[in-house]
Design a protein around this ligand. Structure first.
Ligand code: BYC
Length: 326
């Protein structure tokens, strides 16, 4: 018993030393490498939340596919929503390498045990929201996710590379929708401005709570999962939006935005963090609707999963028979 304990302790100490060396060298941890249990847990938490966000995030935009103003806009929107499903799949696959099945992750989401991004609990009221979501929400996502391409966990970082390429196309299509509306009739311009007004603060809050209220940041940065803090990324994003909004000829609904010469950082006005925690806690404007839709979609898709599993079993049986005969 003691020998086994000693051997395990020695194995763990060696593993920890190797893990520390890889992190120090800015190298990658791969699925078969030894890793601390808390590192695995944090990654599973973040990657599965991220995957759920992509899947739930399909809803506000899918809602507008039938009402897109032209065939061109409709086909672009369908492609974008489909991309988000793909992002969910890459991320569930990356999370599965940590030892939890996609099935279990989905059960946690459907049972209301798992989080997804706060932003998708807000309604998409007009066509201009497709522009604001692309410009602000995908813009915030890129800002947050480009550094994640260098995350210390290999499968996560590699999934993020492909996701970021697609996100930058998404952001541009949102910008272009807003640009066209901003240069359209006074009503279209107003619709664009209203959408920006409604999505601005929730988009800033996507980056997570302020640094002094972010319990996970410090450890995640030490493990090189996160490369920048929530506030650093929020400030960086704000600077980008301040420039781009002038091209749109619209305004950001915040009179307190300023560039602080001393710190070299962009500052924004106060954000309603009580609202943020309420939304995360399940009481946002669309939480119940989003979860109900997800549960329905899961139930409606049961026959597809069963058919795919039956087909896979048939293929495996055929392959086994062939091998036997050979
Ligand atoms: N929403 O210690 P903190 C997309 C939670 S999808 C909800 O700072 P961390 C798109 C946090 O989980 C974009 N919860 O945490 C898709 C933690 O709770 P737990 C999704 C949030 O992990 C379709 C607690 O608050 N992007 O772009 O160090 C269509 C304390 O926070 C939020 C990602 O998922 C939030 N906004 O940092 C269009 C990016 N913020 O878990 C577009 C990957 C915080 O301890 N994730 N919480 O119970 C990350 O980068 C980090 O997880 C976060 C939070 C920056 C979000």
């Amino acid at each position: 018993m003691t020998d086994r304990h000693d051997a395990q302790a020695e194995h763990d100490a060696e593993g920890q030393a190797q893990f520390d060396a890889l992190i120090d060298a800015d190298s990658r941890i791969e699925p078969r490498d030894w890793m601390p249990a808390a590192y695995r847990k944090t990654l599973l938490r973040q990657i599965s939340q991220h995957a759920h966000s992509e899947i739930i995030g399909m809803q506000p935009e899918a809602n507008w596919i039938t009402r897109a103003p032209s065939l061109k806009r409709k086909s672009i929107l369908i492609a974008k929503v489909q991309d988000e499903a793909g992002h969910g799949l890459y991320l569930y696959s990356a999370a599965e390498t940590l030892g939890q099945s996609r099935h279990e992750m989905m059960d946690d989401l459907l049972a209301g045990k798992a989080k997804y991004s706060s932003i998708f609990n807000y309604p998409a009221r007009t066509w201009a929201d497709m522009g604001a979501i692309g410009w602000l929400v995908d813009g915030a996502a890129i800002c947050n996710q480009v550094p994640l391409c260098r995350a210390s966990y290999g499968p996560y970082g590699r999934a993020m590379v492909r996701i970021c390429k697609e996100e930058s196309f998404h952001q541009r299509q949102g910008f272009e929708i807003l640009l066209e509306l901003a240069n359209g009739t006074p009503e279209q311009r107003q619709m664009a401005q209203d959408a920006v007004n409604r999505w601005y603060a929730p988009a800033l809050m996507m980056f997570g709570p302020p640094d002094d209220e972010s319990p996970n940041s410090q450890q995640s940065m030490a493990w090189k999962i996160k490369r920048f803090s929530n506030d650093e990324l929020r400030q960086r994003f704000l600077g980008m939006m301040v420039e781009q909004v002038t091209v749109l000829g619209l305004e950001l609904p915040d009179k307190d935005i300023r560039f602080n010469e001393e710190t070299g950082k962009w500052e924004h006005g106060p954000l309603d963090w009580a609202e943020f925690w309420r939304v995360i806690g399940g009481s946002g404007p669309c939480n119940a609707q989003r979860m109900e839709r997800r549960r329905d979609a899961h139930a409606e898709g049961a026959w597809v999963r069963e058919a795919a599993a039956a087909y896979a079993a048939k293929q495996a049986a055929r392959a086994a028979e062939k091998e036997k005969a050979a």
